[in-house]
Design a protein around this ligand. Structure first.
Ligand SMILES: NC(=O)c1ccc[n+]([C@@H]2O[C@H](COP(=O)([O-])OP(=O)(O)OC[C@H]3O[C@@H](n4cnc5c(N)ncnc54)[C@H](OP(=O)(O)O)[C@@H]3O)[C@@H](O)[C@H]2O)c1
Length: 263
């Protein structure tokens, strides 16, 4: 089972690594990794605890920063909509957008998560997609439309967001968690012509393809975290035997922030 992980080197035949080094890579869901070192890199454990290096300062942080600022090209004063806003990537998108002077509306499941998106991460408002009409609420909260939609969920919420984009909007396709488990849902968006009539742009990205921006992103994320402008929340579970239940938390929404399994 593929998984991004961090760990400690026990032994290596490669001179770049020695026992005791802390490393990150696609090590999979297992307690010991043996294999090629392609994509394996050293990490500095003094930057934070392991869950932080996998969370705010790791892949979710990089995804939020690069997706919002490089793909989304956010500028101050714009209106940003973020789905899965209490999740690992979404909560960092919300905070960076606020730091950059945007008005930010989150979308999350349930009143507790929505409250957290506003109180802990600083969104101006949050739509509860489990109990509210998302399209109507976007219209009410963003009467002049959305400049950047950071999409983590796809499906009907993407369509609802597209219906409210402004001229020259940017729709950042980061993920589509609402349709991953059901190919029948992988249709549309039916109203994609909004992209045409609004002279908008819809662009997907895979974080692995943006390695040239990692250093800039990590430096800024760490700087904002040090000055308390950015808070990270990780959700740590333990025990490799619990992996099947833990991974399903992502789909039930039971996780609060970056979901990390300690094995
Ligand atoms: N492009 C890239 O390189 C890249 C990198 C990392 C992650 N991603 C993608 O980014 C997205 C977010 O990842 P993450 O790590 O931050 O996960 P996450 O947000 O920590 O967890 C997923 C969240 O999605 C929400 N969700 C689940 N099913 C949903 C549904 N049917 N409709 C609406 N929301 C639903 C749940 O929150 P609620 O309780 O609020 O529903 C859940 O907590 C995922 O789609 C992931 O695949 C992309």
């Amino acid at each position: 089972m593929r998984a991004f992980a961090i760990g400690e080197v026990i032994a290596s035949q490669n001179p770049r690594f020695k026992a005791g080094d802390h490393v990150q890579g696609l090590f999979g869901v297992q307690t010991i990794y043996t294999g090629p070192i392609t994509g394996v890199s050293k990490i500095d454990p003094s930057l934070g605890p392991p869950e932080r290096l996998l969370g705010g300062l790791g892949m979710p942080g990089l995804t939020a920063y690069i997706g919002l600022l490089h793909v989304g090209q956010l500028t101050a004063g714009e209106t940003v909509l973020v789905s899965a806003a209490s999740g690992a990537v979404g909560q960092i998108v919300v905070q960076i957008a606020k730091l950059k002077g945007a008005r930010v509306i989150g979308i999350a499941g349930g009143p507790e998560k929505c409250k957290r998106v506003i109180d802990a991460f600083g969104a101006d408002d949050c739509i509860d997609y489990k109990s509210e009409n998302v399209g109507a609420r976007i219209g009410a909260l963003c009467p002049d439309g959305i400049d950047v939609y950071f999409d983590n969920v796809g499906g009907e919420i993407l369509e609802a967001a597209l219906a409210h984009i402004r001229q020259r909007a940017r729709v950042v396709i980061c993920g589509a968690i609402s349709v991953y488990n059901d190919p029948a849902l992988m249709v549309g968006p039916r109203n994609y012509l909004q992209i045409l009539v609004k002279s908008a742009r819809m662009e997907g990205f895979v974080i692995m393809h943006w390695a040239d921006k990692y250093a800039e992103a990590q430096a800024n994320l760490a700087k904002w975290a040090r000055s308390d402008k950015l808070v990270f929340r990780e959700h740590v579970e333990t025990g490799i035997e619990n992996f099947p239940q833990v991974v399903n938390m992502l789909f039930s929404g039971a996780n609060t922030g970056k979901l990390v399994l300690k094995v």
